[in-house]
Design a protein around this ligand. Structure first.
Ligand SMILES: [Fe+2]
Length: 189
């Protein structure tokens, strides 16, 4: 397997913009078409270029690569330091996450009730496994409730390709034990 790629972020973003322009309204389709491109993009060594790093939000550094003017596409890398898991949360917007460094324990749940109760959700565990560089998963509601936690002593990194602007979205944090929902707006996870 390759350890570097000449598929640059510029090339990826150009391809991603075309897919989003054509299929962005259909999250399932957009994520399916972007999936193989994200699998290639995570091998580009410029992903964690220090010039792209912005000050930490919610304690996590991010490396921003692209934000569409119409907010239809957001591309960035998140640095996850050990001992600081995300809450269990949804994205509402469709997205893909590709590990580009270190090891990440990712847990994915699906909401299996009808969504009518704003305070409680019934969740079904879909995946709970460690991912390494090159592994990608897509998040499309209702299969978009997830947790990310770094495994080991080194930070892990993943490329996030999101069909919207999470800094403004209304999203939910879930208590997996009690199924209670905590709605948030614009919160970084
Ligand atoms: Fe997330």
């Amino acid at each position: 397997m390759a350890t570097t790629s000449n598929y640059t972020m510029d090339a990826f973003i150009e391809d991603a913009r075309k897919i989003v322009a054509e299929f962005g309204e259909d999250g399932q389709e957009a994520a399916a078409r972007l999936f193989p491109l994200v699998e290639k993009a995570v091998w580009f060594d410029g992903l964690m270029d220090e010039s792209k790093r912005v000050p930490p939000e919610s304690g996590r550094s991010r490396f921003y690569h692209y934000r569409a003017p119409d907010e239809s596409l957001l591309v960035y890398v998140v640095e996850f330091v050990p001992g600081m898991p995300t809450p269990t949360h949804d994205h509402v917007n469709w997205g893909l996450i590709g590990v580009c460094g270190g090891k990440q324990l990712t847990t994915l749940h699906e909401r299996i009730d009808d969504g009518s109760d704003p305070e409680y959700a019934r969740l079904k565990l879909l995946e709970h496994r460690v991912r390494e560089r090159g592994e990608v998963h897509s998040l499309v509601a209702p299969r978009d409730i997830h947790t990310i936690e770094t495994v080991g002593d080194e930070p892990s990194y993943s490329l996030h390709v999101i069909g919207g602007n999470l800094t403004r979205s209304h999203r939910n944090i879930y208590d997996v034990e009690t199924c209670k929902i905590n709605p948030v707006t614009g919160q970084r996870m």
